[in-house]
Design a binder for this molecule. Structure first.
Ligand SMILES: [Zn+2]
Length: 89
């Protein structure tokens, strides 16, 4: 729903990791991911978004399913799938 002063969009607080874009690479590394030639890797293999299949750059990391190596990019459509698949079962 649009309102006249639609600048203030509240982020919903759901159960997923929240981090700043600048922290994404650090976070990924703390979870065991590597970075090679600008892309996230795991065990030497490039990591892809679970939804759209795009190779993930650290800055485009959207969500990591806690306790797993399942990652999503920051595309809103992919985020929607993540929420639908893992948070609302
Ligand atoms: Zn994606």
């Amino acid at each position: 729903m649009l309102s006249s002063g639609g600048e203030h969009v509240q982020m919903k607080s759901l159960e997923f990791m929240v981090f700043r874009r600048s922290q994404a690479e650090e976070l990924a590394k703390s979870l065991g991911f590597g970075v090679s030639r600008g892309y996230l890797t795991l065990n030497g293999r490039t990591v892809y978004c679970q939804c759209c299949g795009k190779a993930l750059r650290p800055a485009r990391l959207g969500n990591v399913l806690p306790g797993s190596t399942i990652v999503y990019c920051d595309d809103p459509a992919c985020f929607a799938e993540y929420v639908d698949k893992y948070l609302w079962e």
